[in-house]
Each structure stands twice: as C-alpha cells, then as structure tokens.
Design a protein around this ligand. Structure first.
Ligand SMILES: O=c1[nH]c(=O)c2ncn([C@@H]3O[C@H](COP(=O)(O)OP(=O)(O)OP(=O)(O)O)[C@@H](O)[C@H]3O)c2[nH]1
Ligand SMILES: [Mg+2]
Length: 198
C-alpha cells in the first residue's frame, strides 16, 4: 500500500484522511504517527491557501518527500467570515474546541435563524520536491445551530447543520460526514493524482 504524509497534528483530520484514503489504497500517515519530533509550522499566512502551502512545503522540505496539507475552517456570514483561518484557536491558546464553540454561539446570540448561514472550507496543498505546489478547495454549506448536539467529528461539528440535513455534523455517522464534507469535496478533486500513486 502506498503511503502519503499528511502535514497535520489534528487527530480528527488525520482520522478522516485515513478513512477516505483507504478507497484509493493509500495509507494516510499524519505527523502524529511519525516518531521524529516534527516542529509545528507557524501558520502566518492570511488565507487558507497560504497556510496550506506553508504546512505542505515546510514538511516536504524537511522530510524530502511529497506531503499533503489541509488548512480548513468555518466561515460564518454574520461574523464577516470569522473564525475563518483562525478557527483552530478562535478562543485563544491552547486550542480548545469547546471554548471555540461557546465563543461562536455567544457571538451569534442575537442573530436570527435566517442569518446563520456558514460554510466549512478546506484547502489542500500537495507539495512535491522540485515541483510546483498543487491546490484544491472544497466547501460544505450549512448553518449554525443554537445548541451543540452530537458526539462525532471534531471542532465546530456539534453546531454545524449541513444544508438539506436536520442533524448536526457531529450527529452524522463518520461515513455520512465523509460523504459531504469540505474535506471530501477537496479530496475528490485530487482523485487523478491519488490514483496515480496507488
Ligand atoms: O467542526 C469542524 N469540522 C471539520 O471538519 C473541520 N475542519 C476544520 N475545522 C476547524 O478549523 C480548524 C482547522 O485549523 P487548521 O487547518 O489550522 O488545523 P489544525 O490547527 O487543527 O491542525 P493542523 O492540520 O494545522 O495541524 C480546526 O481546528 C477546526 O476548528 C473543522 N471543524
Ligand atoms: Mg493549524
């Protein structure tokens, strides 16, 4: 089975890549799976694309092998696009999913049903030594719920209800999320490259 390094230290993301890549006969290996202490890449970019490039290119340079990175987040219209690229640490350091959810719910307290639209965005960057970095973007449209519900997934999943669903992303089974997610919608656009590996 071919392996591909995913430049992430996020357990939730790593699991989703692992599951979704088995279909292509590819083993997704995250930075959490590697023994060596790989430093955190500073996400100093001002877009998902810039941050995805930073993560993929830095780790690819370090390991001298092709690397895929995912920079993703939740874009809420009523908050002018926040938390956006700051989704992971919206409520501050250290990263805390529960505190992030609470902060978003507090900010949306006065916002009525019809103005709670949002989308998850995922930008994938593939860095290959000596080649130009490749980018793909996936979206998942939905709206923000008033109360967290569900135990699956990670991040903002308990308050995000995907379009045409009445359950939150955290109430969907993992395979249901993996059918409609922003990550899935970005991965399918890499299909040709993934198939060329396996
Ligand atoms: O409910 C969610 N379901 C998802 O499917 C999802 N995908 C992204 N996010 C949020 O956006 C941040 C990414 O930030 P991010 O791309 O910098 O990743 P990260 O810092 O968590 O790990 P790394 O990959 O950088 O190591 C995450 O932490 C989450 O808060 C999600 N929330
Ligand atoms: Mg990050």
């Amino acid at each position: 089975m071919k392996k591909i390094i995913i430049a992430t230290k996020n357990r939730g993301k790593a699991k989703e890549f692992e599951t979704m890549f088995t279909k292509y006969n590819i083993q997704a290996v995250s930075l959490l799976d590697l023994d060596n202490d790989i430093p955190d890449v500073e996400e100093t970019g001002s877009t998902f694309k810039e941050n995805a490039a930073l993560k993929a290119e830095e780790i690819s340079r370090l390991l001298e092998t092709p690397v895929l990175a995912d920079d993703s987040g939740l874009v809420i219209d009523a908050l002018n696009g926040r938390p956006g690229i700051y989704s992971a640490r919206y409520a501050g350091e250290p990263k805390d999913d529960k505190a992030n959810v609470e902060k978003v719910l507090a900010e949306l307290k006065e916002v009525p049903e019809e103005n709670r639209s949002a989308r998850f965005v995922c930008v994938l960057a593939v860095a290959i030594p000596g080649e130009k970095t490749l980018f793909r973007t996936g979206y998942c449209e939905g709206k923000i719920q008033r109360q967290p519900r569900g135990e699956n997934g990670f991040g903002y999943d308990p308050i995000f209800v995907p379009k045409d669903y009445d359950r939150t992303m955290a109430e969907l089974a993992p395979q249901e999320k993996n059918n409609i997610s922003h990550r899935k919608n970005a991965i399918v656009q890499l299909e040709d490259w993934l198939k060329s590996l396996s």
